[in-house]
Design a protein around this ligand. Structure first.
Ligand code: NAD
Ligand code: TYD
Length: 360
């Protein structure tokens, strides 16, 4: 069966990688992207597919019900892959309102439009609302705690994770109340091509290339479980085709690493691959800065369910994935340079100034 997908947030990092994956593997499916092109949305991310006949880009907000209704009908959509969100924890600390608006209210609007559309259909089982969420909804782990499973209680700690948890609860409620076919995925930290410069890995790569300080929060011992974005896309593909409505699936890379160790690895890879670095060895640039308020100590994902029920496992190790990613940022200056805009510099100054107001 060929599908007709509406991909929200498809001009962002994971959404764009997902669109590339889908258009490559399923050239006969229809892919419509709805994206508001916030600071994190970037049309060049979709350059590879823009000319394909089966692809359409719509500029707009998930909170615009009449636009969403129009797309659903016009395009005869059967599957929504919902990536659109405000996604950066540090920005959620500086300005939480946008997170509630897009992640909670926006997701509600999208769900409600899809429900009304889906209720008119004679074959309701052929529809799916796939909601892309995060492991951050589960809160923070101590060093010896078991990894998050699908039954771990929600305990979000940041405005970002709280807004994502709110959206997850709405999606869950739409399944239970209306039997709308929904699936939620909770994935760990993604990395790879097209990630906006504010996130840890691209930020470190770009600062190394520019000879700027590498700001490591707190003691650098916070742990994240890194997932190569292409592996996430493979998981989402399997889940769309074989996942069970009403279920949650955790997606993780099985790569728990302390931030400081990750940053040092990036420095080593950069030193090896980039001949003209302004500062060498790049480890000299590492600077410990004030911690993020409420900084979650450790995330870890148990992806056993996805492996045993749907046969998915990650295809690359963190070492392989980081090398590919560093090579991508090295080759794609023309992609990331325009993203270091005035808006980005303002955010950077605000986020990285210390208690004396001194920029770090
Ligand atoms: P991103 O910030 O790179 O991209 C978000 C996209 O959504 C952008 O293109 C933006 O323009 C669009 N958008 C924002 N608000 C919108 C709105 N109101 N209407 C329409 N479009 C809007 O995010 P990402 O890193 O690609 O994350 C995608 C999804 O995956 C998010 O839901 C995020 O919570 C989740 N997630 C991300 C990670 C990660 O490591 N990046 C990890 C776990 C979960
Ligand atoms: P980030 O990429 O923002 O993802 P998340 O907060 O969603 O996990 O950050 C990953 C880790 O890196 C997190 O523990 C915070 C830390 N970090 C720094 O130490 N310095 C930085 O400049 C950034 C952006 C993040």
């Amino acid at each position: 069966m060929s599908r007709r997908l509406l991909v929200t947030g498809g001009a962002g990092f994971i959404g764009a990688n997902f669109v590339h994956h889908w258009c490559r593997v399923y050239p006969n499916d229809r892919v419509v992207v709805l994206d508001a092109l916030t600071y994190a949305g970037n049309l060049p991310n979709l350059k590879l597919v823009q000319e394909q006949e089966n692809f359409r880009f719509v500029l707009g907000n998930i909170g615009d019900a009449s636009l969403v209704n129009k797309i659903l009908v016009e395009e005869n959509i059967d599957t929504i892959a919902h990536f659109a969100a405000e996604s950066h924890v540090d920005r959620s600390i500086l300005a939480p309102g946008d997170f509630v608006q897009t992640n909670v209210v926006g997701t509600f609007t999208l769900l409600e439009s899809f429900r009304q559309y889906w209720e008119t259909k004679a074959n309701p089982d052929n529809y799916l609302f796939l909601h892309i969420s995060t492991d951050e909804v589960y809160g923070s782990l101590c060093p010896n705690d078991p990894a998050f499973s699908e039954t771990t209680a929600y305990a979000p700690n940041s405005p970002y994770s709280a807004s994502k948890a709110g959206s997850d609860h709405l999606v869950r409620a739409y399944y239970h109340t209306y039997k709308l076919p929904t699936i939620i995925t909770n994935c760990s930290n993604n990395y790879g091509a097209f990630q906006f410069p504010e996130k840890l890995i691209p930020l470190m790569c770009i600062n190394i290339l520019m000879g700027k300080p590498l700001p490591v929060y707190g003691d650098g011992k916070n742990v994240r479980d890194w997932l190569y974005v292409n592996d996430n896309c493979r998981a989402l593909d399997v889940i769309i085709h074989q996942g069970k409505p009403g279920e949650n699936y955790n997606i993780g890379g099985n790569n728990e690493v302390e931030n400081i160790s990750l940053v040092k690895t990036l420095c080593q890879i950069m030193d090896e691959l980039a001949p003209d670095l302004p500062v060498r060895p790049s480890e000299k640039l590492i600077t410990f800065v004030k911690d993020r308020p409420g900084h979650d100590r450790r995330y870890a994902i148990n992806a056993h369910k996805l492996k045993t029920e749907l046969g998915w496992s990650p295809s690359v190790t963190i070492t392989e994935g980081l090398r590919i990613t560093v090579q991508w940022y090295l080759k794609n200056h023309h992609w990331w340079k325009p993203l270091l805009s005035e808006e980005y510099q303002d955010y950077y100054r605000q986020n990285y100034r210390d208690s004396r107001g001194v920029f770090q």
